[in-house]
Structures are given as C-alpha cells and as structure tokens.
Design a protein around this ligand. Structure first.
Ligand code: DC
Length: 226
C-alpha cells in the first residue's frame, strides 16, 4: 500500500492518540504525538523555573534539551535531552500550563519544523491541533476527531486513574473546556478543522469503531490517489 501521511486533529481527550497509535501500528507507520512535544517544553519550564510568559526562555529550552522519541514494546518513550519524561509530562501541572506555552509563535515555529522533518518521507500518523492546517497541509488524509465534553472528561478521568493520578471529575471537565477554549482562540495556528479534513464524532463509539471508520476513509483516499 502507498505510504501516505495521516493528520489527526481535535480537542483535548477526543481519542486522537489512542486511535493514532493503533493506526500507526496496523499500517507500520511512525506515530508522532505532537502534544507530547509542547508538554515536554512545559515540563522543562517548570523544572528549570522558566516563566510560561518568557518566550525566548522557552525557545532556549527547545535548543538545549532536544526532544526525541524511542519506540519500545510497551509504547513510545519521550526524552528531553537525556531525561525520560514520558510520565512526568502527563502530570496535571503540565496539562494545565501547556496551552499558555503552546500559544507562543516562536515555540510553535521550532516544534513545527521538527514535526515536518519527521513526516518528510511519508508514512506518519501525527496527532495534534494544527497538523492538518499548519504542520502537514498537504497530508493525504486529514481527520478531525470530536466528542462531547462529558465523554472526553470521562475518558481522561479513567485514563488518569489507570496511571494512578486522582482527579475530580468536575474539575477535569472545567480544565478540558478551558484548554479547548485557549487552544481554539489563540492567535497562532488555533485548533480548527482544516477545510479538507473529515470530521469524525467519536461520542458513543468504541475505539475499534473509530479505527474502522478512519481506515475506511484512508482506503478511499488511497484509492482516489492511484
Ligand atoms: O494532545 P495533548 O492534550 O497532549 O496536547 C497538549 C497541549 O499541547 C494542547 O492543549 C495544545 C497543545 N498542542 C498544540 O498547540 N498543537 C499541537 N499540534 C499539539 C498540542
């Protein structure tokens, strides 16, 4: 099968990463979680006491601690320089700060460059907020995943529990709404459905159903490319 790039965008906890990982595995593609890159800079800023408002300081962090991924049998590991940050970047203090950090143009510019390099030879499933609109505007397949806020909060609640992170459901819901608001109203590359993206509403659907639906879209697209 021809190797294409698959861009998956959507709001927080819409199921992007779960679905993207399965698709990448099934197609033998590289999976890139761009949210983890913004999270890594946010984590580093907290550790190194760089203010979220210090754009130049945040860019310095990107230059000093290169972000890399390592594929392992138990999933993808994320590194900032030599340090493994896979778990640390999922903590609530990072989650609640990441929208502020990711709003900076220079931070985005640097990370987008890295993301484009990863995808330059095709065969990538990349998820984020601006993949179809800014990172890979020529991606052959663009999906925009949505789900109700209640369902997304429920998913994040269960995901957190499975990682041993205790969170209050209502607080989680408010945080998701706040992050959606910040991500979709920022000036630089806001969360927005690309004109040529296909919207998939995952509310009430199982992961298997969502994967099936996207695979159908991918097959159609590839057929039309031939
Ligand atoms: O997908 P996630 O929840 O791990 O993403 C964390 C944050 O990173 C999200 O709130 C907004 C930001 N982000 C972004 O601005 N652009 C992307 N391509 C991916 C994530």
């Amino acid at each position: 099968m021809q190797k294409v790039n698959i861009a998956i965008d959507g709001p927080a906890s819409s199921g992007k990463s779960t679905v993207a990982k399965i698709l990448a595995n099934d197609y033998g593609y590289i999976y890139t979680d761009t949210g983890s890159m913004y999270r890594t800079i946010t984590y580093l800023a907290i550790q190194k006491k760089i203010a979220f408002s210090d754009e130049a300081g945040l860019v310095d962090l990107i230059n000093t601690y290169p972000i890399t991924f390592e594929q392992t049998a138990s999933g993808q590991k994320v590194f900032a320089g030599e340090e493994e940050v896979t778990q640390a970047i999922r903590q609530p203090d990072v989650t609640n700060g990441v929208s502020e950090v990711s709003a900076w143009a220079k931070v985005r510019h640097k990370l987008v460059e890295m993301q484009q390099k990863i995808a330059e030879n095709g065969g990538v499933v990349m998820d984020g907020r601006d993949i179809g609109t800014a990172v890979l505007p020529t991606a052959e397949v663009k999906i925009f995943l949505v789900a109700s806020v209640d369902e997304r909060a429920e998913r994040r609640y269960k995901e957190n529990l499975s990682k041993g992170i205790r969170t209050d459901f209502e607080t989680l819901k408010k945080e998701i709404e706040q992050r959606d608001y910040l991500d979709s109203t920022r000036v630089v590359s806001p969360l927005k459905q690309a004109q040529d993206a296909i919207k998939v509403d995952t509310t009430g659907l199982s992961i298997t159903e969502v994967v099936q639906c996207i695979k159908q879209i991918v097959s159609e697209k590839i057929k039309n490319l031939a």
